[in-house]
Design a protein around this ligand. Structure first.
Ligand code: IMP
Length: 497
């Protein structure tokens, strides 16, 4: 007969934290959210750390270069999705590594032969009103002019007016030379009362635009996650079938860390992938997953994983439990794996960070996951709602939503990871295609989430994640107390939210 575990499998919403004594030095501003990202021994600092305990999911609808830049600037990390060609993924990684704070690669470009109609279409699509005119219409072509909304009058100018006839031509532009610092660029911007400064190389090719509003950029992001060369950090997902081609390209593109993206990591395919990386690229850090128990965790640790991702079936778009009957309540999974990790640490002196992946619905769930022993969390739905995610924003009824689809859905099927490489045809779906409410800019939302995390930790009397893991006290809630937890027995006033 099968083994039947006596304990039920629990989710985050079944738990609450009890407050501990909040000492005066435990104010939210004093709370340290840095956390280890990779394996390290007791007496050593981890080679890689996060400044906030949050990473974004390895998903087509979540982690592209734009989101990765926005998140790293706030102290977290994205794992660029692997369900795309190796070239495209490596290019996204490169874009993050090349990103220079305040130096923006122009995303709105035209060539001289295009028309005002094209300019307006680009403006509508990107929301940006500074448009570069280059010889080939690309972001790195030879700069021939710039268009801003001051260059045309919609009431007078015909839509088929040629770009060439209304752009500000190169000879009238003030430009900066590639290599200048942000502060030098800003001096030029102020001196000449410009809104933006194109940065070009010796061949007049466009590299960046510097905008006046980005002046205080670095001051606004003191927690940004940087590598040793002061570039933003970025991770990349990999799969268990094309890793021999994909991994070298991602390393070439200078990804800071890799993670095997698989719904079930307790497999020989995953072990082979991890071992291949450790043997051929011993300096490269790689996470493994997903697992939900001690056995899975130990298997990945012994295979060489630098961190282990926990969670099966808890993702918001996930129907793995319905389709395959496999999974575990996210809280139970994190608690068991964290226990195994702590015992392993006691025994060997080696600490393996764990990542709670999927099923975060409320901000306080992040603190619960950390209290239960996770070192950081991975989220998909959370990030899919923001401007920076790669998915489409659409209007439904009176509100805006963004698309969000699972990596195991038909939509992502060409790159599915669920057949473990044996076939490229998905026979059944493990994820759905859905909408999530649009929520605006990543930073605005993340700032609120982080202040809630700090405030909860302050109530728990924990100044660091490590301290929270050691001292937090959790209680299981009954279904009746769940009702008590929301607003109840009052008549709510109408609210837009
Ligand atoms: P969320 O934050 O609750 O939306 O969960 C995101 C996580 O769901 C991802 O990091 C993956 O581990 C998992 N996931 C992504 N796509 C699928 C899918 O199609 N089926 C099942 N799980 C998925």
């Amino acid at each position: 007969m099968a083994i039947i575990y006596p304990e039920v499998s629990r989710t985050f919403s079944e738990f609450l934290l009890l407050p501990n004594l909040t000492t005066k030095d435990c104010a939210p501003v004093n709370i340290d959210l840095t956390t280890p990202l990779v394996k390290h021994s007791k007496d050593k600092e981890p080679a890689l750390k996060l400044n906030i305990p949050i990473v974004s999911a390895i998903m087509q609808s979540v982690s592209n270069d734009t989101l990765a830049i926005a998140l790293a600037r706030c102290g977290g990390l994205s794992f660029i999705y692997a369900s795309q060609t190796i070239e495209n993924q490596a290019e996204m990684v490169r874009k993050v590594k090349k990103h220079k704070s305040g130096f923006v690669v122009s995303d709105s470009n035209v060539s001289v032969n295009q028309t005002l109609r094209d300019v307006l279409a680009i403006k509508e699509r990107t929301g940006h009103s500074t448009i570069a005119v280059t010889d080939d219409g690309t972001a790195n072509g030879k700069l021939l002019g710039i268009i801003t909304s001051r260059d045309y009058r919609l009431s007078r100018d015909p839509l088929d007016k040629k770009v060439e006839d209304f752009m500000t031509p190169f000879k009238d532009l003030i430009v900066g030379k590639l290599g200048i610092t942000l502060s030098e660029a800003n001096d030029i911007i102020w001196e000449h009362k410009l809104n933006s400064l194109p940065i070009i190389d010796d061949e007049q090719r466009l590299h960046y635009l510097v905008f006046r509003k980005d002046y205080d950029d670095h001051k606004a992001n003191p927690e940004q996650l940087l590598d040793s060369k002061k570039r933003l950090m970025v991770g990349a997902g990999i799969n268990t079938w094309d890793y021999k081609e994909r991994v070298p390209e991602l390393i070439n593109a200078e990804a800071d860390i890799l993670c095997v993206d698989s719904s079930d990591g307790f497999t020989e395919y995953q072990r082979d992938t991890l071992r291949y990386i450790k043997k051929n690229f011993p300096h490269i850090k790689v996470g493994g997953g997903n697992v939900v128990d001690r056995e899975g965790f130990m298997y990945l640790v012994e295979s060489g994983a630098d961190f282990v991702k926990v969670g099966i079936g808890g993702g918001s778009i996930c129907i793995t439990r319905e389709q395959k009957g496999i999974g575990r309540g996210q809280a139970s999974a994190v608690i068991e794996v964290a226990k195994a990790r702590d015992e392993y640490f006691e025994k060997t002196g080696v600490y393996i960070p764990i990542c709670s992946d999927g099923g975060i619905v409320h901000d306080y769930h992040i603190v619960l996951a950390l209290a239960m022993g996770a070192d950081f969390v991975m989220m998909g739905r959370y990030f899919a709602r923001f401007d920076e995610s790669p998915n489409k924003k659409v209007k439904r009824g009176n509100s805006y939503v963004k698309e969000y689809w699972g990596e195991g859905s038909n939509r992502a099927r060409n790159w599915q990871r669920y057949d473990l490489g044996e076939s490229t045809n998905l026979k059944f779906e493990e994820g759905v295609d859905s909408y999530v409410p649009y929520a605006g800019k990543l930073k605005d939302n993340l700032d609120i989430t982080l202040s809630k995390i700090r405030s909860t930790m302050s109530s728990c009397g924990a100044k660091s994640i490590r301290e929270l893991q050691k001292t937090a006290r959790l209680t299981i809630v009954s279904s009746t107390s769940l009702i008590e937890g929301g607003a109840h027995d009052v008549i709510l006033k109408e609210s837009e939210y």
